[in-house]
Design a protein around this ligand. Sequence first.
Ligand SMILES: [Zn+2]
Length: 318
Amino acid sequence: MRFAILAAAAICLAIPALAADAERPPLPPGTSYVREGSEFAVTQIRPALFALSEPDYYQHNVSYVIVGEDRALVIDAGASTTEDITRAVRRLTDKPFAVIPTHLHYDHIGSIHHFQEVWMIDVPATRELVRKDGFTYVPPDRHIATAAEFAATPFKVSRYIKPGETIDLGDRPVQILFTPGHTRDEIVIYSPLDNILFTGDFIYPAGLFSGNAKDYLASADKVLATINSDTKIYGAHPGPAKDGVRDLPLVTHDELLKARETFQRMAKGAAPDETISNPSPTGSFKMTAAKVYRSSPRIRVFGDIAFADRGQLRYETK
Ligand SMILES: [Zn+2]
């Protein structure tokens, strides 16, 4: 069986050389790889709810799958550009499924062109990316990858979702909230039945990147008016590993309240707690400049960010 899998991988150029399992990061209890050699690990959160994480990827992205009676919704299209996430999804459900990206940064749209159904928030920031041929193309200043990391493949949007719209997956409604701040196209998804909020990069238990603090503040108010103190909040990037293991990126309601206070400080132009000014940066993101605001023990917010290799992460509110 092992030979058969390796032989299949060898003739499928989309799958790179397999890392030995011993070299891979340990997974939280209850998590397993979709299959041997896959980049995607799966955790079943509830009977109809799965996390698809990428433990080998440097940002450790987590996408989610909600399965309704009629259809499934995949939240984010993964970071991998070498493995098609839809194959991993197909192993979790036989229902038809669509994907909705929480935003259009490169690490959330890796497989988006592989989906037959792509849903998208209906706002000017997404409509402006539709070309004359009807395909959506995310340019480098919007996906912010370096050329070596990612080359955007155009894709077709099959359904635009109005901000605040609720869609029924079949006995499982999900509400799509438009929550700009990290980017101009950011959304979060609320499942009232599960009382779970999926937040993409709006909030997760590590450093947050603000593109516009005023938008971020207004979005935090919108989210807080929708959820309650018992809502489970799942982001797209986990915090640092503990004892070598990275848990799913769960955020507390209190951390969201504290983040809201931080966005408010930033929006008012308060002085940062630290300033990054680094002409020769190293590390994953190569930040040359940023204002850093401490929010809560696990979360800091970076504003006015400039990168050595991918321009700036900030935008004006129109
Ligand atoms: Zn991200």
